[in-house]
Design a protein around this ligand. Structure first.
Ligand code: CP
Length: 354
């Protein structure tokens, strides 16, 4: 069964198939039990509200048997490696393991369940990037050509680590802007169009030029290595120097959108007065997380036939009102680069239509 450990594990084709399945699952009054008979284990070694709860609810609603492990109460606390723990899960018949770890990468052993990353250290958080991409797609009706500014602690953000590996492949023009000390690592910045130290520019000018801004929380808990470095931002001065203040939000266009993966520390990276700004999508991101994670669990649980290639036909062949509603009047991209372009040829059946 497949692992989903990095945004690179999601091809553009698969991304659009997952969007489609997520949209249909959201539109259904009752969730089909696509994971009936499957066993899903959540293994969490770092705090989480959104990711943990949304994966738990997703597995429950899809009919899976679900077990949740707090990593501190497992034999990880006695020195067992994550790889050995995953092998134990496989030996006990677990089909899918959803893992949040402080390690920067997850490396499953040969004998392992399908592993889905729920966030790994400062490395990646692929399902967060996926749900953010879906939220953008829903808001703008496209990803190709969108200009997105990622603003904040780029260096320590696993969310950014996944965005940088996902969004450029979907045609998004990605700009990373951060305090110079937190600008990011070369390996994460490869696909990023622009990288900008906030000390060198007018943030208002940057904001005025984009379709959307994704604000990141300063990851204070991951800064131990840089304590004592001069010119590091501090919580008290962060909003005025680098954050999304009301004045800076006025520089954004009225049709622009504001995203944040959460949790937001209001008053540090975003002014609390913007909580109900009509352009802010933070609540929608939380809601979308449930359906995107349902779709990913279906793929991880092996109930997503031909998941690597077949979704194109899934997109085109569908006639369900839910899918038509999601995409509007046949609005998925149809150009030569479209992930749907091979759609009509293959008889693909959605897990919901079998
Ligand atoms: N965005 C995110 O991962 O939030 P949680 O830490 O609450 O899961």
């Amino acid at each position: 069964m497949p692992h989903f450990l990095s945004a690179e594990d999601f091809s553009p084709r698969l991304v659009y198939a997952l969007f489609r399945l997520a949209g249909e699952l959201r539109a259904r009054r009752e969730t089909p039990k696509l994971l009936s008979g499957r066993s899903v284990t959540l293994l969490f070694g770092e705090p989480s509200t959104r990711t943990r709860l949304s994966f738990s609810l997703a597995a429950l609603r899809l009919g899976a048997e679900i077990l949740t492990l707090d990593e501190r109460l497992t034999s990880r606390a006695k020195g067992e490696t994550l790889a050995d723990t995953l092998e134990v899960l496989a030996l006990l018949g677990v089909d899918v393991a959803v893992v949040r770890t402080s390690e920067d990468a997850i490396r499953p052993p040969a004998l392992a369940p399908s592993v889905v990353s729920a966030g790994s250290g400062t490395g990646e958080h692929p399902t967060q990037a996926l749900l953010d991409a879906w939220t953008l797609y829903e808001a703008f009706g496209r990803l190709e050509g969108l200009r997105l500014l990622v603003l904040g602690d780029v260096r320590h953000s696993r969310v950014f680590g996944s965005h940088a590996r996902l969004l450029p492949r979907l045609g998004v023009h990605l700009t990373a802007a951060a305090p110079r000390a937190w600008l990011g690592r070369e390996e994460d910045l490869e696909g990023v169009a622009d990288r900008i130290a906030l000390e060198d520019v007018s943030l208002e000018d940057l904001l005025a030029a984009v379709d959307a801004v994704l604000v990141l929380r300063p990851q204070w808990e991951r800064h131990a290595h840089s304590v004592g470095t001069p010119a590091l931002p501090t919580p008290a001065s962060y909003l005025e120097r680098y954050g999304l203040t009301q004045a800076r939000a006025r520089a954004l266009r009225p049709e622009a959108r504001i995203l944040h993966p959460g949790p937001v520390t209001w008053g540090v990276e975003i002014d609390p007065a913007l909580r109900d700004d009509p352009r802010i999508l933070v609540r929608r991101q939380v809601e979308n997380g449930l359906y995107v994670r349902m779709a990913v669990l279906v793929a991880a649980g092996g109930n997503f036939p031909s998941y690597e290639t077949g979704h194109a036909a899934f997109a085109r062949d569908s006639s369900s009102p839910a899918e038509r509603g999601y995409f509007g009047e046949g609005s998925p991209p149809r150009d030569d680069k479209s992930p749907f372009r091979e759609g009509s040829a293959r008889a693909f059946t959605s897990p919901l239509h079998r």
